[in-house]
Design a protein around this ligand. Structure first.
Ligand SMILES: [Zn+2]
Ligand SMILES: [Zn+2]
Length: 260
């Protein structure tokens, strides 16, 4: 299967937990023959980095013959699918990757507004937490503010393991897949977290949700490392048509920007 070669989940020096100049990222992507990439840093509250990164990309784009989207990975903050930044912020982005980084509706004992630790998971049953997570993901998909959802199920296995991917019910997976297809929101196949799990991806395929591929690289050498994503898509029988092209992505982004 020849897939559109993309990496739509890349961090660089603008994320506190990542390294790599913008040129190093583009160089690596070009070495790995990617057709297009999105640089999706975690979002600091001050959006000035967006224009800095955009200027760097503009200066380099021709040298590397590569389409580069200036995006961000943004946490889903509540059970309704609200995001951690406002609409003015979102409007400046070429690609919005929504991510399950906190357990929505569960109080955290430590938080500085950006990083959260020690959630009070013992106050809830597993079913309650998974239901809150499910609502938050569906809410984000239906919000018209996101282009793709990242590494579905990630937060449920962080810090305190609430539910392993195989413990999320098939009904939830099916409904998320259906909403993603209906709203033309892409499902990220995340090669480093190896998520969503195979059953989840099969539901997405069945419901007609389109996939995008992400390495979640936090250093330049890992840009375009997509082996797991490509293998699992082959395993579930996905074809080229099930994976978003650059044109699909640009269409989706234009639609989001016009609906904000
Ligand atoms: Zn993430
Ligand atoms: Zn990430």
């Amino acid at each position: 299967m020849t897939l559109p070669l993309m990496d739509i989940h890349i961090h660089n020096k603008y994320s506190l937990d990542a390294k790599g100049s913008t040129e190093e990222v583009l160089k690596e992507a070009s070495l790995k023959n990617l057709d297009f990439i999105a640089i999706t840093n975690h979002v600091p509250p001050d959006p000035t980095w967006i224009n800095k990164l955009r200027r760097e990309v503009e200066g380099l784009r021709r040298r590397y013959e590569l389409e580069v989207l200036v995006g961000a990975e943004i946490g889903i903050k509540d059970e309704k699918g609200g995001l951690f930044v406002d609409e003015t912020y979102l409007k400046q982005l070429d690609f919005v990757l929504a991510a399950d980084h906190i357990l929505p509706g569960v109080p955290y004992r430590n938080s500085d507004g950006i990083y959260f630790s020690d959630p009070a998971v013992e106050d809830y049953t597993k079913e309650e937490i998974v239901e809150k997570w499910f609502n938050s993901v569906v809410g984000a998909i239906e919000s018209r503010r996101v282009d793709a959802v990242a590494h579905l199920g990630w937060v449920l296995v962080q810090e305190r393991i609430v539910a392993k991917p195989e413990e999320i019910s098939l009904e939830y997976k099916e409904e998320i897949a259906e909403k993603a297809a209906e709203n033309s929101v892409f499902i990220e196949v995340n090669a480093s977290a190896q998520l969503p799990d195979e059953d989840f991806l099969r539901q997405c395929l069945r419901k007609g949700a389109k996939f995008v591929l992400g390495s979640d690289a936090h250093e330049p050498a890992l840009v375009g490392e997509l082996d797991w994503a490509i293998k699992i898509l082959e395993k579930i029988g996905a074809s080229k048509e099930d994976v978003a092209t650059l044109e699909d992505v640009l269409k989706r982004v234009a639609r989001r920007k016009s609906s904000i």
